[in-house]
Design a protein around this ligand. Structure first.
Ligand code: NAP
Length: 271
């Protein structure tokens, strides 16, 4: 079977991490990238063909099987029209990772699209430990398999049946690593208010994150059970968790955090 080609548009924080994940996973796809600066591609994979514009891509006579928009939401409407000829001519499957951009809006902006999908990856895709949410309307079995094969190289793939859930999913999974890092950053700040007697509290907090994640991976138990294992009755951890969750304070804070992110996704989609 001929190797399928994905054309990635935008190679910043997330596009770059996707590309890093794919090239290090020895994906069965080949990749082309359109992004303004060549260095953002060469620093990840010097062999990947790079083009500064869709016009340069078309002049090279290349034809993608799939395209993936990985630019900022505000930029998409501006740059999309320049891709209409390419899509009309080659009929690729067109996807986007743009937060808030619904498949309907994608198709309204680019009416030449026949098959489209939405993907929501998160940062650890770079090391194949990511989560990718996928959603597509009226996908044939072969297109669904193709899309899934592309993203499976990057970690856990989940299909989202109803697009109205996509912003909530994005709040949890796409924003998730940022929320986790913000939590551990706050823990580090809090650690600095204690007299721990150590110089490098950051190294300890990082190991705490890595060690706890590795422990979760090797023990198939719910978080609650794992927490209870550490929280000996009457002990210090029990006191810590009791303080953290007094009146469900942490759950309430996180519910508000996820709801705010999801609501912002809706607003981005309307711009
Ligand atoms: N960051 C995340 O964790 C995350 C997670 C899930 C989804 N997303 C989504 O991914 C999208 C990109 O986010 P990001 O964080 O990767 O943003 P970013 O770091 O700003 O990356 C945007 C990329 O687009 C490139 N670009 C600028 N003008 C372009 C043009 N005319 N044609 C093609 N590419 C162009 C930029 O190139 P230059 O930098 O060289 O100008 C950059 O490589 C957003 O829509 C976001 O919602 C992000």
């Amino acid at each position: 079977m001929r190797q399928k080609t994905l054309l990635l548009i935008g190679c910043g924080e997330m596009g770059g991490n996707l590309l890093k994940g794919w090239v290090t996973a020895s994906s069965s796809f080949s990749f082309h990238v359109i992004t303004p600066h060549q260095t953002s591609v060469t620093k990840i994979a010097p062999h990947i063909p790079w083009f500064p514009t869709p016009e340069a891509y078309q002049a090279a006579g290349l034809c993608p099987d799939m395209m993936l928009f990985a630019v900022r939401p505000q930029l998409f409407q501006q740059i999309a029209p320049a891709y209409r000829t390419l899509i009309e001519k080659h009929n690729p499957i067109v996807g986007s990772i743009i937060a808030g951009l619904a498949t309907k809006a994608l198709q309204e902006t680019l009416p030449e699209i026949h098959t489209c999908f939405r993907a929501m990856p998160n940062l650890p895709v770079a090391t194949h430990e990511g989560v990718v949410g996928l959603m597509g309307q009226h996908l044939s079995d072969s297109n669904r398999t193709l899309i899934e094969t592309l993203f499976k190289a990057l970690g856990l793939v989940v299909w989202i049946k109803d697009e109205s859930c996509f912003n909530d999913f994005t709040a949890l999974s796409g924003c998730g690593p940022g929320i986790v890092y913000a939590f551990f950053s706050a823990l580090l700040e809090a650690a600095k208010t204690l007299n721990t007697g150590i110089e490098d509290a950051e190294a300890v907090v990082k190991q705490l994150l890595q060690g706890s994640a590795a422990y979760v991976a090797s023990h198939e138990q719910p978080f609650e059970t794992l927490a209870a294992q550490v929280a000996v009755p009457g002990g210090m951890t029990e006191q810590a968790i009791h303080t953290l969750q007094h009146n469900h304070a942490l759950t309430t804070l996180l519910s508000g955090t996820l709801a705010a992110a999801s609501h912002h996704g809706e607003k981005l989609g309307k711009k």
